[in-house]
Design a protein around this ligand. Structure first.
Ligand SMILES: NC(=O)C1=CN([C@@H]2O[C@H](COP(=O)(O)OP(=O)(O)OC[C@H]3O[C@@H](n4cnc5c(N)ncnc54)[C@H](OP(=O)(O)O)[C@@H]3O)[C@@H](O)[C@H]2O)[C@@H](O)CC1
Ligand SMILES: Nc1ncnc2c1ncn2[C@@H]1O[C@H](COP(=O)(O)OP(=O)(O)O)[C@@H](O)[C@H]1O
Ligand SMILES: [K+]
Length: 488
């Protein structure tokens, strides 16, 4: 499991740890890890040209101490001080002792142009707002330069707690973060600025609380969630998922949701709606009914909404059922908020950014810029678990408080028409198999993302290909959890 904690929590853990350690220990641990990562990126340290961008706080201190370590190994290290007179005194002294030099911001652009490595220590978790004006030309020069850019703790200019990026920010080739991931490192748009993230252990782990702000499941945790038929299983015990989707205009959405549901672990898929012929033609194993959800026969969970057009009656009928319900696409627009809040069985809503924006009455850009706030807000308003789709898919628990899951497997190749329908069927099937709304959403998104990667392998794919790759993703998750030699 990968976890991320917000700035307040990190600060409290840091205080508790520092109280037991000699002064400067944590910064030395951070700087040692940072210098090692920089050295690996450089390949050859001796003779390399390193530029440190140094702000007024401890983030700059980390950069200076790491720079001192690189200078001792023969790198030519120059620190560009953004607030001369306020740079970390201990770090500055260490750099000078190691033979490093100091330059004014005015010289920064020219130095960056000729550098092999730029270390971004402008601002870390103490940062407020985007980059300040004096740092913007340096960020631009770093983007133009051939130098590798390493961000200290997080790329300067991004919001550590939310992943928001207001204005300019440094774009890193690698981020070296300390003690724990910060939410911003796992959520777009900031995640994209961070590049790959390396976590340096500084001993903070034991001081962090049990409930992170964010968590990302990995193979082992997903494998533990996936349903597995036992000897005494039959199709009904494995769970039946009902799909109320599609319309005369959009029969494909029904077919794709069923395609996802058939690969999601339920024992049977029941389809209800006007696209029964299209569904049966493609998937003869589907149980098809045109009598509406209430009279279709028992299910353990419903999926409602993909391609549903304006059929509000069906959405209302499904929401009245006393089994878990996944609401997607048109269903989100048609669902009555009061009816969702009144439900006693679990509800999982799966909007993309545009649908979330419509529900919240804000612009799509606002949702995409502040995903964490949006997903919590929706989960609070509807009293339902919410899966916000997109480049960093998030799953918030009903009510919106507590740990949010972030999916680590996504790929932009999934941005293809109908792939959301596959996800809704897949996650609905997991709901029917007995997973909680948050688990079904996060395991579904995990498998869906992996399936997208397997299907695409660097080339465009359609939603059907994604559905067909789900069994491979499922096997990969189980094999990865068993480790080498596993046979299950
Ligand atoms: N936590 C831990 O366990 C450990 C933490 N460690 C390290 O400490 C870092 C946190 O250090 P920190 O608290 O000194 O804050 P930091 O990020 O350097 O910035 C604050 C300064 O920046 C300024 N400033 C603010 N906004 C700005 C902006 N937009 N653009 C430009 N400047 C801006 C503001 O000054 P102002 O000008 O507003 O007075 C303030 O002085 C952390 O990220 C990690 O690297 C490790 O050493 C060891 C373990
Ligand atoms: N840039 C992206 N990176 C990763 N995944 C993405 C990206 N854009 C979209 N996706 C994923 O692709 C799927 C698209 O779903 P959706 O927007 O509902 O499309 P549709 O309605 O056509 O099925 C979702 O699972 C979403 O998370
Ligand atoms: K930084």
């Amino acid at each position: 499991m990968r976890t991320a904690y917000g700035v307040e929590t990190v600060r409290a853990a840091e205080r508790a740890l520092m109280a037991r350690l000699p002064e400067g220990t944590l910064m030395q641990r951070a700087a040692a890890g940072l210098a090692t990562a920089c050295a690996q990126l450089l390949g050859r340290v001796y003779g390399s040209r390193v530029v440190l961008l140094v702000g007024s706080g401890d983030n700059g201190g980390d950069a200076l101490h790491a720079g001192a370590r690189l200078a001792r190994r023969g790198a030519g290290v120059t620190a560009v001080l953004l607030s001369p007179g306020r740079a970390h005194p201990g770090g500055l002294a260490a750099l000078r002792r190691a033979g490093g030099t100091v330059a004014d911001p005015g010289a920064g652009e020219r130095l960056i142009e000729r550098a092999d490595l730029v270390v971004d220590g402008i601002v870390g978790i103490g940062g407020k707002g985007g980059l300040r004006a004096e740092a913007v030309p340096l960020a631009r020069a770093a983007a133009r330069s051939r130098a590798a850019v390493v961000a200290v703790d997080l790329p300067s200019g991004v919001d550590a707690d939310t992943g928001e990026v207001r204005g300019a920010a440094l774009r890193a080739d690698l981020t070296v973060t300390f003690g724990t991931h910060k939410p911003g490192l796992l959520i777009d748009p900031a995640r994209e600025y961070a590049g790959p993230v390396r976590l340096v252990d500084i001993g903070l782990g034991a001081e962090l609380p049990a409930d992170p702000e964010l968590e990302a499941l990995q193979h082992a945790e997903v494998a533990a969630l996936l349903p597995e038929p036992a000897a005494e299983s039959d199709k009904y015990r494995r769970g039946v998922v009902g799909i109320a989707a599609g319309s005369a205009r959009y029969p494909g959405a029904a077919v794709l949701a069923v395609a996802g549901a058939l690969r999601g672990g339920a024992g049977a898929v029941r389809y209800v709606g006007p696209a029964g012929d299209a569904v049966i033609a493609r998937f003869p194993e589907t149980l098809v009914s045109d009598r509406g959800p209430k009279r279709a026969g028992r299910v353990q969970a419903w999926v409602v909404g993909p391609g549903a057009g304006d059929d509000a009656g069906t959405v209302a009928e499904v929401l009245a059922a006393e089994v878990p319900v996944l609401v997607d696409a048109d269903g989100l627009r048609l669902a009555d908020a009061g009816a969702v809040r009144a439900r006693t069985a679990p509800t999982l809503m799966t909007p993309h950014a545009g649908e979330a924006a419509a529900l919240l009455g804000v612009s799509r850009e606002e949702v995409e810029g502040a995903r964490l706030a949006a997903v919590r807000e929706l989960a609070g308003r509807y009293g339902a678990a919410v899966l916000l789709k997109g480049s960093s898919t998030l799953v918030a628990p009903a009510g919106g408080a507590g740990t949010v899951r972030v999916n680590p497997t996504g790929t932009p190749w999934l941005a293809t028409a109908g792939s959301g329908d596959v996800l809704s069927g897949l996650a609905g099937s997991l709901l029917a198999a007995g997973l909680s709304a948050v688990d079904a959403g996060s395991a579904g998104a995990y498998l869906h993302g992996l399936a997208g990667r397997f299907a695409a392998q660097g080339a465009p794919v359609g939603a059907r290909d994604v559905a067909e790759a789900v069994p491979r993703a499922w096997r990969d998750v189980r094999a990865g959890a068993l480790g080498p030699g596993g046979t299950g």
